[in-house]
Design a protein around this ligand. Structure first.
Ligand code: ZN
Length: 109
């Protein structure tokens, strides 16, 4: 199994994009998770279908931060943390790379 990552998917019907958290390899059998073949419920057109295209993925190490072997730049980390907060408000935010300041990010609502 590979670490879960944030994955942006584009609906084949309406072109709306949405985020999911998933692994490139879900098991230990070496079979890749083919995002295009999974069925997702679109938040735009409310249809559930396969054929979603991958737009972008977070670095695999993002949700593992802070990671001694795979550090991320603060800018990179902040960018992905913002996407995580906006799309998965209930998901715990991984510990960032060494904090530049102790100020907590402003709460979004
Ligand atoms: Zn759609």
């Amino acid at each position: 199994m590979t670490p879960p990552r944030l994955v942006e998917l584009r609906c084949p019907d309406c072109g709306e994009t949405q985020w999911t958290i998933d692994c490139d390899y879900r098991g230990t059998d070496g079979v890749p998770n083919r995002y295009e073949e999974n069925a997702y419920a679109c938040r735009g057109c409310h249809r559930t279908s396969a054929g979603f295209a991958v737009v972008q993925k977070s670095p695999p190490e993002f949700l593992l931060q802070p990671h001694p072997m795979y550090p991320m730049s603060r800018e990179d980390f902040e960018r992905w943390a913002r996407i995580l907060r906006e799309n998965f408000p209930d998901h715990p935010i991984p510990g960032g790379p060494r904090r530049a300041s102790s100020k907590a990010p402003p709460a979004e609502k």
